[in-house]
Structure formats: structure tokens, C-alpha cells
Design a protein around this ligand. Structure first.
Ligand code: SF4
Ligand code: SF4
Length: 463
């Protein structure tokens, strides 16, 4: 039977009463979720660091060459003209986040957000290695600046700087490519001041964030965290405390007390410094540390695990949880619509572009004593593939139409473009309004049906 429990009203956990910073030093915790998270963090950091190294079709898996307006993404090549595809990329990610959040709450924050992954998987590990567990760290911070404190703090911050430089160099290599980055690292910064400035600037921001700002990024800056209250509902999966089972708190031997023995383990392991027993809070990033901490206490007391657990707010009140609900159906329909749009958009993304454009200010001019109307065009050809390609331009014959094409076979490097002049002579006697000029442009090695058609209206005197 469910019972109503009144929980206390709380303020921001990272603020002292005088408005100062309450620096959080979470305690170590071990358990199934923590172990799984470290595996996920290691995999994500490994994949992220490998992206600029692993070649796919001759280019890095991720290379955003802003300087030359070309972008390589997992074997696909895009140029500046493909910018409109970003609409599908951003809207798709947004819709997916909304749907996933409604279903499983802040799983992204706790398991895959770069802030969490680098903080817990890299910088917190360094701190733990150099300064020891929480109680030792707290003593060290409160203690005088003796030799022990100076060398530990110095080493920790030196390692933080090295880690920040590592992350910033991989990050900048997404924009300059890893071979260029390695080459630049062996030369004077004066020869590449922009890339050097970015690498140092990003490293400084990362160092400031992971050494000092930390959980405040999630609690104050991140807009996703602020949107939780509208993205989730009582049926979304959250990390929560079962107040029905846990309250009233008391000693293990107290027959009147609930299962919570008020040991505060769930509080001291929390990286944002909150007490999960105060109910759902925006500051909770769903890291699961309090689940593992409380499960260990329950194991010791020989009580069932799950006093703190993944559950919906309804589940925590011992009411049935509805997984399928109207908002999920709506998000699902929106995502299906987006998927269809994205499918057709990416289907239309071709390995090259061929557009026939009339020369500006030149509708047509009469030659051969007025018997022929000459139309002047330019064929804009762009190779959007990651490799050099040869293109064949084949005019489609029409009655009374003859062609002069600047180059009928064009070789272009990756993302190189060429304007090919195309003159079309139309026999005035057979010209009719609505006649069109048609060119087939085929990449060497492609099947004839994969050729692109470039066409434009012909102009001539009305008879
Ligand atoms: S760890 Fe569990 S038993 Fe201890 S205070 Fe937290 S909820 Fe209560
Ligand atoms: S309350 Fe629990 S899940 Fe939320 S941030 Fe703190 S330790 Fe992580």
C-alpha cells in the first residue's frame, strides 16, 4: 500500500548559504553501474580519439575541413552546397533527444555526455590517483601548504593540463586533420598561429572546466538540464529514491523505521552534491552512483536492493508505470516523419553535381545570316566524392540542334569544380518555344542509368 511522504524543500547543492561555492568531493563507489559506466567511458573516449585516425574511403572518419569548405563524415563527402542537410542532422538529433529523454530521462547525461565522460572517466581518475580517496582529499585541502600538499597539487594540475592538451589537440585535429596536426606539432607555433591558438584556447577552457568549474556546467550552464522538467513526466525513467519503502529513516534495529538507515552514502558519492532522498532535482545527472552506494548498504543489511534505483516517479510511488503514452506516440510520429524526410534528402545527395546555367546577359544571338540562334551556357561540374573522378559529358541530340562543348571528358580531384562552356546552335526554322537542351553527365565507371541530367530552356526567335 502506498503512503504519502513529505520531503524537505532544498536549495542549490553547490551553493553555501553565503553564496560561496560548495566544492563537491564525491566519495569512491563501486558496483554494477559504476563498472559498466567506466567501460562505456573508455569505449567512448577510444572511439572519439580514433575518429581522426581511422580512414574511411581515403579520408578520416571525421574531418571538418572548414578552410576548404569540405566535410568528411564516415565515408560521405559534403561541400558547402550541402549545408541544407544540416537541417536534417540538427532536427533529427533534437527529436531523438526529446524522445529518448521522455523514455529514459537523463541517460545521456550520466552515460555519454562529454562533460561526464571526460570528468569521471579521465580528470576525476587523475585526481583520485594523485590525491587519494575523498577523506584524504578533504584533509589535504584543509591542511597547510606543506611538501606533501605542494607536490600532490602540482602533479595533479600538471596531469590535468596534459589531459586538457590531449583532448584539445584531438578536437582541433577534427578541423585540420591528424597528419596536419602532427606536422604542426613539430614546427614553430609562429608557422600556424590560428591552429596553435585554438589548441591552446580549447585546452585552457577544458582545464578551467574540469579542474574547477566541474558540476556547475551541468547545474548552471547546460540548457538540456534546464529542460528536464518539460521533457520528462511521471512515467520517464529516472534515478530515484523509494520514499515509500525508505521512510521514516532510522536505525537498522528500529522496528518503526523504514529501510533507509540515514547513512548518507548516497549523498557523499554524488558528483553534484545532492541528496537523492529529497526527490527529483534538476541537479541530478542520472549518474547512478547513489544506486550502487545504496545497494552496497542494503547488501550489508541483508535487505533487498533498489531503495535507490532506476524507476519512474510513478514506480517510486508504487504505482503502475505507463511506457506507451500520448507524448511518446507524438514524438514517435514526428521522428518517423523526420526519418522519411532525411531518407529522401540523403538519397538525393549525389557523388557529383552538374548544373547547366545560361550565361548572364546572353539570351541568344543570331548567326549564319539569322538562320541559327546561338545559346551560350556554362556547365557547373563539381566532384563531391572523396577521390579523383573522370566525367563524360554527352549531349542528347535534338532536331536542328548542334553542340560545341569546351571539354567532353573532364577529370576532377575530390571537391574540385570546373565551369565547362557549352554553345548550343538551334536551327531557327525548326525551333519551337519550350525546346530544351539536355546533357547527360556520367562518372567513369558508373552505370549509364547513374548519369545525371543537366538541362535548360533554349531560346530563339518566335516564328
Ligand atoms: S545510501 Fe540508502 S540507506 Fe543510506 S542514506 Fe542513502 S538511501 Fe538511505
Ligand atoms: S543523485 Fe544519484 S544519480 Fe543523481 S547525480 Fe547524484 S549520485 Fe548521480
Amino acid at each position: 500500500m502506498s503512503k504519502k511522504v513529505q520531503l524537505p524543500v532544498v536549495g542549490a547543492s553547490s551553493l553555501k548559504k553565503d553564496g560561496g561555492r560548495n566544492f563537491v568531493h564525491p566519495a569512491d563507489v563501486s558496483g554494477r553501474f559504476v563498472k559498466a559506466r567506466y567501460v562505456v567511458f573508455a569505449a567512448l573516449i577510444g572511439i572519439w580519439a580514433a575518429l581522426p585516425w581511422v580512414p574511411i574511403q581515403g579520408n578520416p572518419a571525421l574531418f571538418l575541413d572548414v578552410e576548404h569548405r569540405r566535410f568528411f563524415l564516415f565515408g560521405l563527402t559534403f561541400n558547402a552546397q550541402d549545408g541544407w542537410l544540416l537541417f536534417f542532422a540538427f532536427s533529427g538529433v533534437g527529436l531523438l533527444i526529446i524522445l529518448v529523454t521522455a523514455l529514459v530521462g537523463r541517460v545521456w547525461c550520466g552515460w555519454a555526455c562529454p562533460q561526464t565522460v571526460f570528468m569521471e572517466g579521465m580528470f576525476r581518475r587523475i585526481e583520485r590517483l594523485v590525491e587519494g580517496p575523498r577523506n584524504v582529499r578533504l584533509r589535504l585541502n584543509k591542511g597547510p601548504w606543506n611538501v606533501n600538499k605542494i607536490w600532490r597539487k602540482s602533479l595533479k594540475h600538471l596531469l590535468f593540463v596534459i589531459a586538457a592538451l590531449f583532448v584539445s589537440h584531438v578536437f582541433v585535429s577534427f578541423f585540420v586533420s591528424m597528419p596536419s596536426m602532427l606536422d604542426m606539432m613539430q614546427r614553430s607555433p609562429a608557422q600556424h598561429p590560428v591552429a596553435f591558438g585554438w589548441a591552446v584556447g580549447v585546452a585552457l577552457v577544458l582545464y578551467g572546466n574540469f579542474a574547477w568549474f566541474r558540476e556547475q556546467m551541468c547545474m548552471i550552464v547546460c540548457p538540456y538540464g534546464r529542460l528536464q522538467s518539460v521533457l520528462t513526466d511521471d512515467n520517464s525513467l529516472v534515478v530515484g529514491y523509494d520514499a515509500v519503502r525508505g521512510e521514516p529513516r532510522g536505525k537498522p534495529k528500529d522496528p518503526e523505521a523504514g529501510d533507509c538507515v540515514d547513512c548518507h552514502r548516497c549523498v557523499v558519492v554524488c558528483p553534484t552534491g545532492i541528496d537523492i532522498r529529497n526527490g527529483m532535482q534538476l541537479d541530478c545527472i542520472g549518474c547512478t552512483a547513489c544506486i550502487d552506494a545504496c545497494d552496497a548498504i542494503m547488501d550489508k543489511l541483508d535487505r533487498p536492493r533498489g531503495l535507490v534505483r532506476y524507476d519512474s516517479l510513478k514506480g517510486l510511488e508504487h504505482k503502475p508505470r505507463r511506457i506507451l503514452r500520448p507524448r511518446l506516440a507524438l514524438y514517435g510520429v514526428l521522428l518517423a516523419g523526420w526519418s522519411a524526410g532525411a531518407f529522401f534528402a540523403f538519397q538525393g545527395h549525389t557523388a557529383f553535381e552538374a548544373n547547366l546555367v545560361r550565361l548572364r546577359g546572353a539570351p541568344y544571338h543570331l548567326v549564319e545570316d539569322g538562320a541559327t540562334a546561338r545559346n551560350l551556357f556554362t556547365l557547373h561540374l563539381i566532384n563531391k566524392d572523396s577521390e579523383t573522378a573522370v566525367f563524360h559529358i554527352d549531349p542528347v541530340a535534338g532536331d536542328g540542334v548542334t553542340f560545341q562543348i569546351g571539354e567532353e571528358v573532364v577529370a576532377l580531384e575530390s571537391l574540385q569544380g570546373r565551369d565547362v562552356p557549352v554553345y548550343v546552335d538551334v536551327d531557327v526554322a525548326s525551333f519551337q518555344v519550350g525546346d530544351r537542351v539536355v546533357l547527360h553527365v556520367r562518372r567513369e565507371g558508373d552505370a549509364p542509368e547513374d548519369a545525371l541530367t543537366a538541362e535548360a530552356a533554349l531560346l530563339g526567335p518566335r516564328r
